[in-house]
Design a protein around this ligand. Structure first.
Ligand SMILES: Cc1cc2nc3c(=O)[nH]c(=O)nc-3n(C[C@H](O)[C@H](O)[C@H](O)COP(=O)(O)O)c2cc1C
Length: 156
């Protein structure tokens, strides 16, 4: 069974989780990059707004051949209790028909349930089968050891 992990990260927390998961479970990994400038305070405010009102964004071109995989991990930070525009964008452009999907969101405190619900229903609409989902509070946490615990729970 081959798996791939697709993620977006603005400040590196989701990236570290994705990289740890990929290493522990020997998976390929693809980072989605948002062409909109999300840095600094203005980037934060624009990110919040774009997520709140479901604005689309432009992502850097990426080729993902999902034919090779039967399980797809999708990870995103929570923005304004929603998923990020970059992940929304890639979901519009990939075919998840008959794929097992494991979703995860990272956050500081609030909105995990809402973001996961929206992520999972978008994936189901695209024919993906959600087999697991989890959320990780990243603020002030040791992300690497946290992710290793998650891997233990997911099983090898
Ligand atoms: C634009 C923006 C909006 C955010 N909104 C929320 C939120 O609604 N709830 C929350 O708990 N954290 C929120 N956060 C915090 C991030 O979800 C959290 O720090 C995440 O782990 C960052 O992941 P990253 O380092 O991969 O970008 C927000 C961060 C940004 C940049």
């Amino acid at each position: 069974m081959k798996s791939i992990i697709i993620y977006y990260s603005r400040t590196g927390r989701t990236k570290l989780i994705a990289q740890t998961l990929a290493k522990e479970k020997n998976m390929n990994i693809v980072e989605i990059k948002d062409k909109t400038n999300r840095s600094g305070a203005i980037g934060f405010i624009k990110g919040t707004l774009d997520s709140m009102i479901n604005n689309s964004t432009t992502i850097e071109p990426v080729t993902i051949d999902l034919d090779k995989y039967d399980t797809v991990y999708i990870g995103t930070p929570v923005w304004a209790s929603k998923i990020t525009p970059a992940i929304k964008q890639i979901l519009d452009n990939i075919n998840l028909e008959n794929k097992n999907v494991i979703t995860f969101v990272t956050l500081n405190k609030n909105g995990a349930k809402e973001a996961l619900n929206s992520l999972n229903s978008t994936i189901k609409d695209k024919g993906g089968k959600i087999i697991n989902s989890f959320s990780i509070i990243t603020k002030g946490r040791d992300i690497e050891s946290l992710t290793k615990d998650i891997v233990k729970n997911l099983g090898k």
